[in-house]
Design a protein around this ligand. Structure first.
Ligand SMILES: *Cc1c(COP(=O)(O)O)cnc(C)c1O
Length: 461
């Protein structure tokens, strides 16, 4: 590997010891967990790559800010500090906190669906976003470019909207039936793949043409801005904040899970560019759903930590190292022959388990089988993103077949070192090298909805 990866732009001041386990112990733990890593206790996990959501490390400045929380029910000083930072990053006029991303979604999305059956278009709806569109009586349609589903070939912006498809769908469904266009940056469900500035600009032009609102689902907006700086002509000399300003200028609303690029363990954000009427509606609706509009389900101290975290996430040295960690793990796996989604996105490496276990059919969950072996191998917890997650057809009750069978290795922010990632890579490569010995899984218990969280499985002998 010739490429240099930047060292962390921080040093370690406090440590959280993690328990080491033996292979024999892990075999037993996994069996007790019904061969479903979601049911493992985190203390039995050595390196936890289940998600990057709320799992990052806060800085000394954030921990210091926690002490300054103003816990007033209304008009808290901490709210105004938080509001100032969000306005500065977005150039939007109105800001409301929420307890996390889905809290922001449940408040805003129902305001945009003014009649039943209206559509949202997105490059790709995140699961909870889709759920809130549907709960509010809307319909969610994805219009991402086809390159997104090609795991092998390089494309700098696999999260992009298919512009032709978007406009065609708008004309077909009728602009008056479109509740909004949701720009998911980065595209989480497709592996943290970025969306280009040019693509966002064109989507905005189309939205203006048909008088449709645009929403940024910006959980990883700073990572997206970094990719634009790295890969898009004309942005090399702009700061991450300047790039963020331009990205936000192409939307009317920001919905954000602050558990990602907010660098906090819990929090969410609603920001509205200038629509006072919508702001009033959200301010009214948030009270019974999340809380009074100056706290929205968060403690004053949470707002303080978030205000600091939002600014730290714009730091280019931080972002470069963050993105390099994902790239480092991806490059090691490629060097070991492991098929992955390429190029690697911002927050995770997606391992293509359909290619690793062609002998395991989709309804025996090849990616889940790989996740389980990786846990047994080294105590690394990954997550399946494939047919196990997808569930069943509600009418026929047949297992749905996912287009891709992924094991997602999600990297928490500022939490693990390159040495931890070496352990992960070695474990995955070693499982890959004995891939023929892996067997599929069958249900011992299957819950009726969201089965991947609580199902119990057993290996097929
Ligand atoms: C995480 C996430 C959400 C939901 O946010 P939560 O904080 O988990 O409720 C929405 N959209 C995207 C793109 C996300 O990554």
């Amino acid at each position: 590997m010739e490429k240099k990866y930047v060292a962390p732009p921080y040093r370690i001041k406090m440590v959280e010891p993690i328990k080491m386990t033996t292979k024999e112990e892990r075999i037993e733990k996994l069996k007790n967990a019904g061969y479903n890593p979601f049911s493992l206790r985190s203390e039995d996990v050595y390196i936890d790559l289940l998600t990057d959501s709320g799992t990052g490390a806060m800085s000394q400045f954030q921990w210091g800010a926690l002490m300054q929380g103003d816990e007033a029910y209304a008009g808290s000083r901490s709210f105004f500090r938080f509001e100032g930072v969000v306005k500065d990053i977005t150039n939007y006029q109105y800001v409301i906190p929420a307890h996390q991303g889905r809290g922001a979604e449940q408040v805003v999305l129902p305001q945009l669906i003014t009649k039943k059956g209206m559509y949202f278009f997105s490059n790709m709806h995140f699961d909870t976003t889709r759920a809130h569109v549907e709960l509010a009586g809307g319909r969610a349609v994805d219009v991402v470019i086809d390159e997104c589903f090609d795991t092998v070939n390089f494309h700098p912006f696999k999260g992009n909207f298919d512009i032709e498809k978007l406009e065609k769908e708008i004309i077909e469904k009728g602009p008056e039936n479109i509740a909004g266009i949701i720009m998911t940056i980065t595209n989480n469900s497709a592996g943290g793949q970025p969306v280009s500035m040019e693509n966002l600009r064109t989507v905005k032009e189309i939205a203006v043409k048909y008088n449709i609102k645009t929403i940024i689902d910006g959980a990883r907006y700073a990572e997206n801005a970094f990719f634009i700086k790295e890969r898009e002509e004309g942005y090399q000399n702009k700061s991450i904040k300047e790039i963020a300003h331009e990205m936000f200028s192409y939307a009317d609303i920001l919905l954000m899970s602050a558990k990602k690029d907010g660098l906090v363990n819990m929090g969410g954000i609603i920001a509205i560019k200038d629509d006072f009427d919508l702001y009033q509606k959200c301010r009214t609706y948030i009270v019974p759903m999340e809380g009074f509009p100056t706290y929205g389900g968060l403690a004053g101290r949470d707002l303080e930590a978030l205000a600091v975290g939002l600014e730290e996430a714009l730091d280019e040295d931080y972002l470069r190292h963050r993105i390099d960690q994902a790239r480092y793990l991806g490059d090691k796996l490629i060097a070991g022959g492991v098929p992955i989604q390429y190029p690697v996105g911002g927050h995770a490496v997606f391992v293509d388990c359909k290619k690793i276990c062609p002998h395991i059919p989709f309804n025996e969950f090849p990616a889940q089988a790989v996740c389980n072996e990786v846990y047994i191998e080294a105590g690394v917890r990954a997550v399946e993103v494939g047919s196990f997650l997808l569930g069943r057809n509600p009418d026929t009750l047949e297992n749905l077949e996912s287009q891709l069978e992924f094991m997602r290795l999600t990297i928490p922010r500022r939490t693990y070192t390159y040495a931890h990632l070496d352990v992960v890579a070695d474990a995955v490569i070693s499982v890959y090298n004995r891939r023929e010995t892996l067997v599929g899984l069958d249900f011992e218990y299957e819950p009726p909805v969201l089965r991947h969280f609580t199902a119990r499985l057993k290996p097929i002998k």
